[in-house]
Design a protein around this ligand. Sequence first.
Ligand SMILES: NC(=O)c1ccc[n+]([C@@H]2O[C@H](COP(=O)([O-])OP(=O)(O)OC[C@H]3O[C@@H](n4cnc5c(N)ncnc54)[C@H](O)[C@@H]3O)[C@@H](O)[C@H]2O)c1
Length: 453
Amino acid sequence: MKRRDFLATASAGGILASLPLRAARARRSDVLRVAMIGTGLRGQSQLGPLLSRDDVELVAIADTQRVMLDKTLRIIADAGRRRPHVYGGDGDTGAWKRLIDGGGIDAVFICTPWEYHAPMAIAAMQARIAVGCEVVAGITLQDHWDVLHAQQRSGTPYMLLENVCYRRDVLAVLQMVRAGLFGELIHLQAGYQHDLRGVKLNSGSPDAPYGSGVEYGDKGFSEAQWRTQHSIDRNGELYPSHGIGPCAMYANIHRGNRFTHLNAFSTKARGLHDYIVQHPKGGPQHPNAKVGFKLGDVVTTTLRCENGETILLQHDTSLPRPYSLGFRVQGTRGLWMDVNDSIHIEGVSPPHAWQDAQPYLDRYDHPLWKRYAAQAAGAGHGGMDWFVIHAFIEALKVQAPMPIDVYDAVAWSAITPLSEQSIAEDYKTLPFPDFTAGAWRQRKPDFALGQAW
Ligand SMILES: NC(=O)c1ccc[n+]([C@@H]2O[C@H](COP(=O)([O-])OP(=O)(O)OC[C@H]3O[C@@H](n4cnc5c(N)ncnc54)[C@H](O)[C@@H]3O)[C@@H](O)[C@H]2O)c1
């Protein structure tokens, strides 16, 4: 059996889920041949951790834009690695299909605009190419079912590359949750609270992607080319996984627990319009001052879980604010909040007082970080990008289940269309689909995050 077929078959039958990890490890593959579709700013930032690995060969890349491919080829050459096959560069939005059909690829990283994630992942899985997909998994609810069914039918490994699950404090808090420090979990909070005004709007210059103007679409560069349109057309929790990923790990979602209900509220939209009007390159007469934005400046989504917890998410990307994912992990004995780096544990902390979280984070530092902090240093987002790539590659090499699997991916990401539906239907509370078809009851809290990778 060819290596790629074996990867697919093993995952399909869930054979390895029941094997001891050490047995799985023994069947180590050699160098993985990987490809990347979408070599924009995210793809390029993922090259560092990828090219630093001697168990990975980047054999093919695809993008619609020459400028992105050229930047990528320069990074690859500077790293002293072999030039990959190049697809696209001429505006052809279908060039990626030739990459998939070209064969000789074990795994593909999908780092394109959101609307391409589902079709690209489905085509790759059907071709038995393992998928590492950037957040999100799809756009519509049906996309999420389609991704799930493609994975189930093909058995090809699929992982959502949700890097925040690997943030050092997030993982230390996972250790605290599992040690029972907070008692029984009651409520979780998080979100995507990141001022993206200068990302969604820029001058279109490849040398100045942030804050350089008020253009978008064809006149913009990088995410301004596509992400802004989502703020014009859609109103919902558009980027749930950075917040819900860690919360789902804490609450053991799909491992004895599941989301049961969701509703969402949205504020009015002011931030992006004001930014255009007030920017030195904009102004009230600028054509984009007439653009209407559907996305509320702050969208608040609440989920209820089978075991009685609530999870509150906030999407807040159009107003002036410092970056914060706003984590709060609260149980019967205390809570952690990341905004003020503080913790309170009953019987340990002074009554009604916060304590500095750092000594706790140090004490509960995750074994992964203890082991790999030096290797991860310098990778994007404080090192966590190194870990998410490491997890995907290591799981593939030993044909182990993906640490963030297709059920996690589709449930976390389906929050977007469900929140849009809730808002559109007068903030209605909706039942949350059970993508696992009841399997969440039997599955154990075995996030590989708690294992060697
Ligand atoms: N996990 C994280 O921390 C993180 C950070 C940034 C971005 N992202 C995600 O990464 C993805 C890419 O974001 P980005 O910031 O790199 O955006 P980007 O606009 O800089 O890059 C997207 C690239 O995809 C290319 N592209 C568009 N259509 C294509 C097609 N049909 N075929 C091939 N290539 C195509 C574009 O030309 C561009 O180079 C998004 O899903 C985004 O949400 C994740």
